[in-house]
Design a protein around this ligand. Structure first.
Ligand SMILES: Cc1cc2nc3c(=O)[nH]c(=O)nc-3n(C[C@H](O)[C@H](O)[C@H](O)COP(=O)(O)OP(=O)(O)OC[C@H]3O[C@@H](n4cnc5c(N)ncnc54)[C@H](O)[C@@H]3O)c2cc1C
Ligand SMILES: *[C@@H]1O[C@H](CO)[C@@H](O)[C@H](O)[C@H]1NC(C)=O
Ligand SMILES: *[C@@H]1O[C@H](CO)[C@@H](O)[C@H](O)[C@H]1NC(C)=O
Ligand SMILES: *[C@@H]1O[C@H](CO)[C@@H](O)[C@H](O)[C@H]1NC(C)=O
Ligand SMILES: *[C@@H]1O[C@H](CO)[C@@H](O)[C@H](O)[C@H]1NC(C)=O
Length: 671
């Protein structure tokens, strides 16, 4: 039978979350004193940036500087470290979050939507929901196809990318007790074990999670033993970025930086916002220095670049800095008062995001919210975060006939759809069309998911099931409107411009509701509190979605890797077109959306970047043993690590209506 919906905690060791003496600051510069020049200047000490910093500085004969706009995070390290802080002490909307707002979305009743992004060492990996999910092989193959055989494309095959994803990882299986309660299965062979960042499962589980895959099975969705291999679709409890030695968040600072010994060749400077890259003009632009400042009113400092600048400022920061430096669409630059160094129309284009919404029910069953209210605070309980997922395709959502009808209309609207692209540039339009074609092929010829379903147990007396759109066709963009790095650029994800996106999300919401109405899950749920009975026709769902859906926090693609004549920004070696020594390695580079959360592929991009760069310079030097081959990391061998945790997810309440419920709980869903 199904596990019953009561909480159970396994008798696990009480490793000390409490003692978080921080030893880890060895490579962080606290007195502001840095050198005049570095071989590599990494812009952004976020998720990807700290991976790169760690890997590039393994070569002791090369110097590396990281410039991070946010604070070190030292003051909130213990908040970051506790997984459950993601829901109950979230750092979103604090000074550790950019807390962007999108432009008014014309297809969502002109709402400007909240858009969190981490602003701290570790970036969004310090505030996110800690889900570890990888893209499917077929999706990485689509990405590879979009490169059209360009030099270096062999780095972006499945084999190469899969190896990079495993390289970073230290996987620890669940305890027998938690596995039994939540129905967790795993395949250790698809995981790495001697990398830097921990993937594991919470030390505490709920029977409701154990009801997840059986309920999905009843709806025709097969269980997947482990989604981290080539096939990520189906229903499963996925891994989380948790260090099970002390039930803390594993994020790129705790995993890739804090365990390192003092490295004289690595310096990390926080509170340093990069304002521009300075170029020398020649056949191509050569970055010679980087300017940064502590605030909009502070005077800028400058640091020289011996070899390269690597942008890892994320999906907003990377295109913003390029544009501020004169590399981008000339009309955008001119309007913002920035002198054009290189007209590159794709900078900021092709951005897409997963849009998500949730159905909520009341419940008497134990949930994390209920136990939190009751004051439970063991380290195991505090490591609980949501991780029940299911990835489903169009056939599952709409039946074969419905899927065919939708696919036909998507194909028929292919050429017309370019009008949704916020650019007149023929290359950008061609890039969009190529992405569109690949997306259609994934939907039509592979079981790749169009919808992700998630079970959220963070409410007190409430359960949420979320549906998130995975392969949107609507294109968005990001662009500066002033010449200041301290002004937010305009963020327009273009949500729901293409009507197929609305149709797919609508079917996803229906499926979310169906899950809650199907046994065994339904045995533990009471009334549907939101959206409730008043929403049931297609029309009602669509209008409700426009009012209630929000970001799943997975924007990407604003500096995409694709040919220059397709509106690309970087080539397969990550070099920005028109420059000789500026690369980008972060979540802005994906040329197509993928059915996963983005931390895992972002870390893998940074791993690949480090390999490509080290190969090019063939840097030899003393290899810093504690980090180079991987056994060090945050698993305890090194003395300085502090894995602390976080908060991620935003607790943005996506459903306005939800707040009006009598049982409103103050927790937001974290993805
Ligand atoms: C609330 C939330 C929940 C999420 N949940 C999950 C999840 O559960 N699982 C998952 O896999 N993914 C999740 N994601 C997505 C994932 O965290 C991001 O896609 C990923 O971390 C992005 O990494 P990045 O390196 O591209 O950018 P970031 O990690 O955001 O790093 C960019 C860094 O650059 C810095 N920067 C920006 N501009 C400048 C500048 N001008 N000068 C200097 N520094 C600058 C920023 O301060 C930041 O530190 C979530 C994201 C959020 C925001
Ligand atoms: C990746 O790129 C590097 C450097 O350009 C190259 O040496 C390597 O062969 C490429 N291929 C793979 C599979 O990593
Ligand atoms: C979609 O998923 C279903 C159920 O797993 C499967 O039978 C079907 O073949 C998939 N569709 C495609 C196009 O692969
Ligand atoms: C370090 O690199 C410099 C140039 O980048 C080179 O001259 C020197 O020989 C290198 N030293 C070692 C030990 O590799
Ligand atoms: C968690 O354990 C790691 C070693 O495994 C340690 O470096 C880190 O400081 C610990 N975190 C806390 C908050 O105690």
């Amino acid at each position: 039978m199904w596990p019953i919906a009561t909480a159970a905690t396994a008798a696990l060791s009480l490793a000390g979350v409490a003692s978080s003496s921080r030893l880890s600051a060895r490579n962080i510069v606290y007195d502001g004193k840095i050198s005049d020049s570095y071989d590599f200047v990494i812009v952004g000490g976020g998720t990807a940036g700290l991976v790169l910093a760690s890997r590039l500085s393994e070569d002791s004969n090369t110097t590396v500087l990281v410039l991070e706009a946010g604070h070190t995070g030292d003051d909130v390290y213990s908040t970051i470290a506790v997984p459950d802080g993601t829901y109950f002490q979230s750092l979103t909307k604090s000074e550790y979050d950019y807390a962007f707002t999108t432009s008014e979305q014309s297809n969502m009743n002109n709402r400007g939507l909240p858009w969190p992004r981490g602003k701290v060492l570790g970036g969004s990996s310090a505030i996110n929901g800690m889900y570890h999910v990888r893209p499917a092989q077929v999706e990485v193959e689509s990405w590879h196809d979009l490169l059209e055989g360009a030099d270096g494309d062999d780095n972006w095959t499945w084999d190469s990318f899969y190896a990079a994803m495993k390289k970073s990882e230290i996987f620890t299986p669940p305890t027998d007790e938690t596995a039994a309660i939540a129905g967790i299965e795993y395949d250790a062979s698809v995981h790495g074990t001697d990398g830097m960042i921990h993937t594991s499962y919470p030390g505490f589980q709920f029977g409701l999670n154990g009801n997840w895959t059986p309920t999905l099975n009843s709806l025709g969705v097969a269980s997947r033993k482990d989604g981290a291999g080539a096939e990520n679709w189906g229903a499963y409890i996925t891994q989380s970025y948790i260090n099970p030695t002390n039930w803390t968040r594993s994020f790129t600072r705790s995993a890739f930086i804090d365990p390192l010994p003092q490295r004289d060749n690595l310096q990390i400077l926080a509170d340093a916002t990069v304002t521009k890259i300075v170029f020398e003009k020649g056949d191509s632009l050569k970055a010679t220095s980087v300017e940064y400042a502590g605030s909009a009113t502070a005077s800028a400092s400058s640091v020289k670049v011996n070899k390269e600048v690597i942008l890892a400022a994320g999906v907003i920061g990377s295109p913003q800095i390029l544009q501020l430096s004169g590399v981008g669409p000339s009309d955008v630059l001119t309007a913002a008062g920035v002198e054009v160094q290189s007209n590159l129309p794709g900078v900021g284009q092709h951005m897409q995001d997963h849009l998500v919404a949730a159905v909520y029910w009341s419940t008497d069953a134990d949930t994390a919210g209920k136990l939190h209210t009751a004051g439970v605070n063991t380290p195991e309980f505090l490591s609980y975060i949501n991780s029940a997922t299911a990835y489903v395709n169009l056939t599952t959502l709409m039946g074969a006939e419905g899927a065919n009808t939708l696919l036909t209309s998507i194909k028929d609207s292919a050429s017309d759809a370019t009008r949704y692209v916020p650019s007149a540039d023929s290359g950008v339009l061609a890039g969009y069309s190529a992405m569109y074609e690949q997306s259609v092929s994934l939907m039509e010829n592979t079981p790749t998911a169009n919808i992700e379903l998630l079970l959220a147990l963070t409410g007190d007396g409430a359960v949420g099931i979320q549906a998130g759109l995975q392969h949107p066709l609507s294109p968005g963009r990001v662009y500066i409107t002033t010449a200041s790095a301290f002004d937010s650029p305009t963020i327009d994800p273009g949500y729901l411009a293409h009507s197929a996106d609305l149709a797919v999300l609508r079917e996803g919401m229906k499926m979310a509701r169906k899950i809650g109405q199907t046994e065994p899950m339904s045995l533990f749920l009471g009334n549907e509190n939101s959206p409730g009975d008043s929403v049931s026709t297609d029309e009602q769902w669509e209008s409700w979605i426009k009012d209630n859906a929000g970001t799943e926090y997975h924007p990407h693609g604003s500096c995409s890797m694709r040919p220059q004549n397709k509106g690309g920004v970087i080539n397969p070696k990550l070099i920005v077109y028109g420059t000789s020594n500026v690369r980008i390695a972060d979540s802005s580079v994906f040329p197509i959306d993928m059915s996963c959360h983005l931390e895992a592929p972002t870390i893998a991009v940074a791993e690949k970047a480090a390999e490509i760069i080290r190969t090019q310079y063939n840097v030899k030097g003393g290899d810093d043993s504690s980090s180079s081959s991987g056994s060090g990391s945050d698993s305890g061998s090194s003395s300085g690590n502090n894995d602390d945790d976080n908060n991620d997810a935003a607790f943005t309440m996506r459903s306005g209506a939800f707040w009006t419920l009598a049982t409103a709980f103050v927790v937001a869903l974290v993805l």
